[in-house]
Design a protein around this ligand. Structure first.
Ligand code: ATP
Ligand code: MG
Length: 491
């Protein structure tokens, strides 16, 4: 259906793609894998008309094509779900689906009845139960991701590029999307699928292309390769998996939460000692992130108590929480975590700027000296610390966010999906960092939808269900199945 030949793409001094040739057949699911910054999103954006290649050409149905804009690509039957979702928070779900959508007739007048009828089947397909007139801003990030998928589907494209579409989706929605992709394939639609989740991609892939540092390492039939081989091709080395955490809890009492109740959670209790890694499991919307919001002074506490280092603590604001020793890594890096237009190092230092200013002037060299080692520790790959964080690949943005949370050196860290969009190698590195933080006598709350990583990194796992903490399990003595049963309210 589409053929890319000898594609080169530079961004300033960065060579994002180097002589990449690949073709996407009609009705195939073509998976792109590679480390953070390997060039996957860039390749997707070239196919979708967002970027134009410096060298090389694009052929559609055998004819050379100039894709000069996403609208142009849409005319050729190509739609994209961006990794960094690009929807409008101040518009409704329905408006987000129809805006710039060539499947919807334009007459300058919005026909709300027609809009509702147009959107309904697509919202149903992705399992969204909200009305088309809901403001996007009021949705959770996983629902926003579903809107983006519904929008792309509604364009009735021949080729859909999905750049990490499941990074914020709950398990049941992932299942739904994977089934949907198989249906699309059966009806002759091609899908380019980018993901770091190995198990997921092997379930749908026909062929898999590996990129490394902008170069095409190879393309193979999914049936003729395996996870280990792919990882080796991606990172150019074997990855040693971290062994399970075995250290017992022996530190001093640091944080105690008793009967904590806010708008999002009810009667949540747990306690942590220094060196503790406490996993927080549960379905999307079960109140996992809301525990962080309560501890960090974002959500008002209605009842219950928090004791921090032996003292009663009631967070008034994020600044107050940070001063008292609690830091939060938010799930939504684009809207809550990073300032996209600011530089990499300024983002990393965002929460400790005060330390580097005298009379309103930031002492840049001191700041740099403090930030640099932490950026090295979290393996941020950036052309320079001074470039805008928006130009980094998704996984590298996530690492900058981790820097920002480590830098204030707080006693308690609430990490909400810290490995979202991070490649397999760097994930292991982040697990290592969490373990080091624990050894530095901090207490870490680790929220994740990926149960294997919780079972490996945590001492205990708190399971949330409908805003309540329903179990506190010893990680060594439980299983994914047991956690799921509790998270879904079956036990
Ligand atoms: N608009 C841009 N300006 C400058 N550099 C960019 C821009 N877009 C991408 N890059 C650079 O191009 C390289 C490839 O980035 P890309 O986003 O394609 O990686 P990726 O494979 O999608 O990674 P990830 O898994 O982290 O999403 C990176 O070094 C990135 O910093
Ligand atoms: Mg990407």
């Amino acid at each position: 259906m589409i053929r890319l030949e000898h594609i080169d793409k530079h961004f300033g001094g960065v060579q994002a793609l180097n002589d990449v040739s690949v073709h996407i057949a009609k009705g195939e699911v073509h998976v792109l894998v590679g480390e953070n910054g390997a060039g996957k999103s860039t390749l997707g954006k070239i196919i979708a008309g967002v970027h134009r290649p410096d060298e090389g050409r694009v052929l559609i149905d055998g004819e050379p094509a100039e894709l000069t804009s996403p609208l142009d690509a849409q005319r050729h039957g190509i739609a994209i779900i961006f990794q960094e979702l690009d929807l409008f928070p101040n518009l409704t779900v329905g408006e987000n689906i129809v805006i710039g959508n060539l499947q919807v007739e334009h007459g300058g007048v919005v026909d709300f009845k027609a809009l509702a009828a147009f959107c309904r089947p697509w919202l149903e397909k992705v399992g969204l139960t909200c009305s088309h007139s809901t403001l996007l801003d009021s949705l959770s990030i996983s629902d926003v991701q579903r809107v983006a998928i519904a929008r792309a589907l509604s364009m009735k494209a021949r080729l859909i590029i999905m750049d990490e579409p499941t990074s914020s989706l709950p398990d049941d929605a992932i299942e739904k999307l994977l089934a949907l992709i198989c249906d699309l394939r059966d009806s002759g639609v091609s899908v380019v699928y980018v993901s770091h989740k190995m198990d997921e991609l092997f379930r749908i892939a026909d062929r898999i292309t590996v990129l490394r540092d902008g170069s095409h390492v190879g393309t193979s039939l999914a049936s003729e390769t395996n996870k280990e081989e792919l990882i080796r091709d991606m990172v150019g080395r074997d990855i040693s998996e971290m062994t399970r955490r075995t250290t017992g809890v022996s530190g001093v009492r640091l944080l105690e939460v008793n009967g904590l109740t806010t708008d999002g959670i009810r009667d949540v209790s747990f306690s942590m000692r220094t060196g503790d890694v406490l996993g927080v499991a549960g379905l999307v919307g079960s109140g996992r992130s809301e525990i962080g919001a309560a501890l960090f002074g974002l959500d008002a506490i209605k009842s219950g108590s928090i004791t921090l280092k032996g003292q009663e603590f009631r967070p008034k604001s994020p600044a107050h929480a940070m001063d008292s020793g609690i830091m939060l890594l938010p799930e939504d890096r684009k809207n809550m975590g990073l300032m996209m237009g600011m530089s990499v190092e300024d983002n990393a230092a965002l929460s400790i700027f005060d330390r580097f200013q005298t009379l309103g002037v930031i002492r840049g060299s001191r700041l740099r000296k403090t930030v640099e080692p932490v950026m090295r520790r979290t393996l941020v790959k950036a052309a320079s610390p001074q470039i805008a964080v928006s130009t980094l690949s998704g996984g590298n943005q996530q690492k900058v966010l981790l820097c920002k949370c480590i830098l204030p050196d707080t006693d308690v860290l609430f990490l909400d999906e810290p490995t979202r969009g991070v490649d397999v190698g760097a994930k292991e590195d982040i697990y290592g960092i969490i373990e080091e933080l624990a050894q530095e006598e901090k207490a870490i709350l680790f929220v994740s939808s990926e149960l294997p990583e919780l079972l490996r990194c945590c001492d205990r796992i708190l399971v949330m269900h409908e805003g309540r903490s329903v179990a506190l399990l010893n990680a060594a003595e439980t299983s994914q199945e047991a956690i799921m049963a509790m998270a879904t309210g079956q036990t």
